[in-house]
Write a protein that binds this ligand. Structure first.
Ligand SMILES: Nc1ncnc2c1ncn2[C@@H]1O[C@H](COP(=O)(O)OP(=O)(O)OP(=O)(O)O)[C@@H](O)[C@H]1O
Length: 441
């Protein structure tokens, strides 16, 4: 069995209740491949329990052990059955192997239905939907970019899943950029680049996650560039994600950067408060958990960085509530998430925002508090005020006070100005996004 899984299991055993180990973890079988780790559970009940209670932790431990994120899938089955399938033994005639459902690596849970729409991700969702409805024709490539844990991967899978629902025969391939790199390295070593090329170029849609990892890897970029051209010319859909605007990724070849801009690039931003609360309620509902609205509000107010952290908080609540047989109330949430919520609340203070924004624009802190009205200082100051309103619980008058005793109407004006600019000025929008990331990441 996979050595990586053995090590992961050892770690989980040391930190989990003996009963959990015995009931859920020990019976799992694992197989490792370029696509990641596949876990086989004896029945659907165990699959659900693993997905619900252990998967986030398993992913964290695997990433820690491997040194990079590992794709994990859990299915009902066994190692023998899976091997028999792969070698074509054990069952009667198999259909000719295509890039079928099993090969695409798509996560069936990531769909448009389970994606909560808000202002921050509206455009990304609309674009992914369009592409899924008209693969190769709407926007090619579609590039979703933005900070970590904001739903880019989810949207990418949702597009893939919808393409498949619309056309079960469609050939799709999803992989993270590291898998593209390691696949290519292996193909080069084994001298079967032709197979490698064919594999990628024969699909109807190629979905590659986190292409910032291509930076500095010249041979990979070269190969990807040719793959891109072949797919583009064949009107095969390309969907990519990146943790920032690709033009800002250093050590990415200019000709590749330029190709990436041929289709549509859409930013996915951190969700606002309402969307964060809605996501929590929706995730809870899909787990069959009753989450009182006040608890969703409590978490959404305090945790602003990304959706993955929100999910983590919810999973912690659910796990403890199951374990202790207690209802999830505001008090229970405060108690369970105390440390997590404090860390998030502490990080963002007005002085912290002032310092971060001043550094970002290379201004002196004293300038924020001064009466200087020159544009080069006033705009960053407005930015800092708007960030203070968005990211802290302080009132307008309190924020005004913290900025050298300004009136609350000045703060309100700053918030409105920045909101307008975020709609119309790409540069300022990127500044905002980067600052939010720096303050909440
Ligand atoms: N709007 C949303 N509605 C429902 N779930 C969401 C939403 N946004 C993010 N999520 C969930 O948050 C988690 C993290 O999202 P995802 O993996 O797609 O982030 P990402 O932007 O690809 O981050 P990274 O760059 O780190 O890979 C996923 O479990 C995803 O389902």
């Amino acid at each position: 069995m996979s050595e990586l899984w053995q090590r992961c299991l050892a770690r989980l055993e040391s930190e989990s209740a003996a009963e959990d180990v015995h009931t859920y973890l020990a019976p799992l079988q694992a197989s490792e491949s370029d696509a990641g780790l596949r876990l086989f559970a004896p029945n659907a009940y165990t699959v659900d329990a693993i997905r619900e209670r252990f998967l986030p932790r398993i992913a964290t431990v695997l990433e820690h052990l491997a040194g990079y994120p590992v794709n994990v899938r859990v299915d009902v089955g066994s190692l023998n059955a899976s091997r028999a399938r792969e070698t074509g033994t054990g069952t009667a005639a198999r259909p000719v192997r295509r890039e079928s459902r099993e090969d695409s690596n798509l996560d069936p849970h990531y769909t448009f239905e389970t994606f909560v729409e808000g202002k921050s991700n509206q455009l990304g969702k609309a674009a992914a939907l369009q592409v899924a409805m008209n693969p190769g024709r709407a926007y090619n490539p579609l590039l979703l970019y933005g900070g970590t844990g904001l739903g880019k991967t989810h949207l990418m899978h949702a597009a893939g899943n919808l393409m498949r629902r619309n056309n079960p025969e469609v050939k799709l391939l999803y992989l993270r950029s590291e898998q593209f790199v390691s696949g290519m390295v292996k193909a080069l070593a084994q001298k079967n680049m032709d197979d490698f090329k064919r594999r990628f170029r024969s699909v109807d849609a190629l979905l590659i996650d986190d292409i910032q990892f291509f930076a500095g890897k010249n041979t990979t970029q070269e190969e990807f560039f040719h793959t891109f051209n072949a797919l583009f010319e064949g009107k095969q859909q390309i969907i990519l994600t990146c943790d920032r605007y690709p033009k800002e990724v250093e050590n990415l070849e200019p000709r590749l950067k330029s190709r990436l801009g041929w289709g549509l690039s859409v930013i996915v931003e951190p969700p606002d408060f309402e969307t964060r609360a809605a996501i929590l309620l929706s995730k809870a509902q899909s787990k069959g958990v009753e989450l009182p609205e006040e608890v969703a509000v409590l978490i959404a107010k305090r945790m602003r960085s990304n959706v993955r952290d929100l999910e983590g908080a919810l999973n912690t609540l659910v796990a403890r509530s199951n374990f202790e047989g207690r209802l999830i109330t505001a008090e229970f949430a405060q108690e369970t998430l105390r440390d997590l919520l404090t860390v998030h609340a502490q990080a963002i203070t007005i002085p912290n925002i002032q310092r971060t924004v001043a550094d970002y624009y290379q201004l002196r802190l004293a300038d924020f508090l001064s009466k200087n009205r020159s544009r080069s200082i006033a705009r960053p100051r407005q930015m800092a005020m708007a960030l203070a309103k968005e990211l802290t619980e302080h009132s307008l008058p309190e924020i005004g006070d913290a900025f050298g005793g300004r009136d609350h109407t000045t703060v309100l004006h700053a918030c409105r100005t920045i909101a307008d600019f975020r709609e119309t000025d790409g540069r300022l929008r990127q500044d905002w996004e980067k600052l939010v990331r720096a303050l909440t990441g």
